[in-house]
Structures are given as structure tokens and as C-alpha cells.
Write a protein of this length. Structure first.
Ligand SMILES: [Fe+2]
Length: 328
């Protein structure tokens, strides 16, 4: 598909170059065929050479400033044949021709700059539009997570922490800003699928039966179903894979290693870290974070991506206060 798109683009560029060149050739034929020796044809001679501005304008619209200038230089090159074959004996006419060439160049620069500025404004407007669109969807997404929170407040608080942590880690890894935002939303929603799980299973304090565990394990799939129509395909994908394990023992797809999207592996680390930290009571003298580290080190290479985990500790160390739950 990408290949196809690329081919179309190349074909379209070739066609445009061809049209610009054809324009120059046609105008030149018309211009040089209407001889100045005939008084009646002279007016056409002048008129046709004004048409050179059209291919220059096309060059500007299609290929911006460089295209405009290159086209103008080509036009000047062709037009300069006058100097070789048709050098007027009148000083005034010679000035006129040189002035015409200068105006081709000036026109190309002005047209090229104007078109470039216009394009830039359009791109910016497009970016603003896309941003507004994202904001709107993000609001929907936030209220989705509140929906889950109304039923299960612990999960909401946990999700907010995972979101902040995942976004923070993604920034540390220097991922693109859009991906950081997507990870934040994915963190917020990673357990949204629990909406589809019965209260007596979801909120059961005792140990779950195998069948109940099976139900809980459906939550990434349920989440994907809920999130897909909302319009952030990346977010729904990240949420779908947040319980995949590095060694392939995770669910629901049993993906392995790098086949798990990086964002999914980040979410798994953030999710595990926060769950362990909030599980451990802060009892006397023990450093809870050291305990968490020890437990997570045992998961390196099995549940979690070992290399990524190393990076994660580096990210955590950058915030010694452990106050790195970023609000986004
Ligand atoms: Fe989960």
C-alpha cells in the first residue's frame, strides 16, 4: 500500500514537471514564430512572451520557491535565445528584453514565497484542527475512565497514576509527543474493560476460581471493543496488549518479545510498578521501593521487558522524591 502511494506520488511529480516544461516549450514556439518584422504580428509576439509567467506560476504552486526559481531560470535560458539570434539593433528593445528576464526572476521569487507562506499557514491550521479533534476525543476518553471509577474508585486512582507514570517514562524515552499523549490515555483506560465484568467477580475479595480468572482475563479484549469506535486506534491497541508478557505467557494474544508494541511493554511496567507500590503497606524501616524493585527484577525477561525495565529505573532515579506521577 505504501509502495503504491509512493508510485502515485512519483507519477504525479513527473506529470507536473512535464506540464511545466511543455508550457515553456509551447510559449517559446508561439513567441519565436510571431516575428517582430511584421507590424501586425508584433503585438502577438509581446503577448506570447507574457505567457511565460504561467509556467513559472505553476512551478511555484507545485514546487514552491525552488520550483519557481528553477522554472524562471529555464524560461530565461530559452528567452535568452533572443540575445543570440535576434539581438535587436535598438537599445530600447534590448533594455526591454533584459528587463523582461529580470521580471521573470522577480516574479518567481514573489510567487514562490507567497505560495510557501500560504502552505505553511494551511499546515498550521490543519495541525490546530487535528489537535482540537484530539482534545474532543480525550474528553470522551476521560469521562469513560470516570465511568469505571464510579463503580471501582481504586481502579480509577490506579489508572490515573499509571497514565502519569507511563507518559513520564515515554518522555524519558524521547518518544514522539503524540505517542506520549496516546500512552497517557491508554494508561487512563487500560482497565476500562473491567466495566464488562460482573461485580461479584470484579469486586470479589477472595481468591478467584479458574473460571472467574478467565473472565477477568477478558478485560483487554472488552476494552479494545469499547475503544475502537472512539477514534484513537493506537490507544485501543496499547490497551489491548497491556497484559502481554515478554516471554509470551500473557493474554489475550500471547504475543512475545518485541512483537508486543513498545507502548504495551511500557504500560505493563507502569501498571506492575504502581500495583506493587500501592499493595505494600509502608511498614517500619523497610524501604518499600527497594522491595518493589526486587520483585520487579524477578519479572525481568519473563513478565517484563528486561532492557526497558533498566531504562525505567533510570527514569525513576531522575525523580528521587518518587513524585513522578505526572499530571498531563
Ligand atoms: Fe489490566
Amino acid at each position: 500500500m505504501f509502495e503504491n502511494h509512493h508510485n502515485n506520488e512519483v507519477r504525479s511529480i513527473r506529470r507536473k514537471v512535464f506540464i511545466v516544461l511543455l508550457g515553456i516549450v509551447l510559449v517559446s514556439i508561439l513567441h519565436f514564430m510571431t516575428r517582430t518584422s511584421d507590424q501586425g504580428l508584433h503585438v502577438w509576439h509581446i503577448f506570447f512572451r507574457k505567457l511565460y509567467f504561467i509556467p513559472i506560476l505553476a512551478g511555484a504552486v507545485w514546487f514552491l520557491l525552488p520550483g519557481a526559481i528553477i522554472t524562471a531560470i529555464a524560461v530565461i535560458g530559452v528567452y535568452a535565445l533572443h540575445l543570440l539570434f535576434d539581438w535587436s539593433q535598438f537599445q530600447m528593445e534590448r533594455m526591454n528584453q533584459i528587463g523582461e528576464m529580470a521580471s521573470f526572476l522577480l516574479f518567481s521569487v514573489v510567487a514562490g514565497v507567497l505560495v510557501t507562506l500560504e502552505r505553511r499557514a494551511e499546515t498550521k491550521a490543519e495541525r490546530v484542527r487535528r489537535y482540537a479533534e484530539r482534545e474532543k476525543i480525550a474528553t470522551v476518553v476521560a469521562s469513560l475512565s470516570e465511568t469505571l471509577g464510579a463503580r471501582d474508585p481504586d481502579t480509577l486512582a490506579h489508572s490515573q497514576r499509571v497514565a502519569g507514570l507511563a507518559a513520564r517514562f515515554a518522555r524519558f524515552l524521547k518518544l514522539a509527543e503524540e505517542e506520549v499523549q496516546d500512552l497517557y490515555l491508554a494508561g487512563l483506560l487500560h482497565d476500562i474493560g473491567k466495566i464488562g465484568i460482573r461485580d461479584d467477580v470484579l469486586l470479589k475479595p477472595e481468591v478467584l476460581t479458574a473460571e472467574e480468572r478467565q473472565q477477568i482475563m477478558e478485560h483487554p479484549r472488552i476494552a479494545e471493543k469499547i475503544l475502537k469506535p472512539v477514534g484513537f486506534p493506537a490507544v485501543s491497541r496499547y490497551v489491548a496488549v497491556h497484559h502481554e508478557n515478554w516471554d509470551g505467557t500473557g493474554y489475550p494474544e500471547g504475543l512475545q518479545g518485541a512483537a508486543i508494541p513498545l507502548a504495551g511493554r511500557i504500560l505493563a511496567i507502569a501498571d506492575t510498578f504502581d500495583a506493587l507500590r500501592s499493595d505494600r503497606p509502608y511498614h517500619q524501616g523497610l524501604n518499600p521501593d527497594r522491595q518493589v524493585r526486587k520483585i520487579m527484577a524477578g519479572m525481568a525477561g519473563s513478565k517484563l521487558d528486561a532492557e526497558l525495565l533498566q531504562q525505567f529505573w533510570r527514569c525513576v532515579e531522575e525523580s528521587p522524591s518518587m513524585d513522578f506521577y505526572e499530571k498531563n
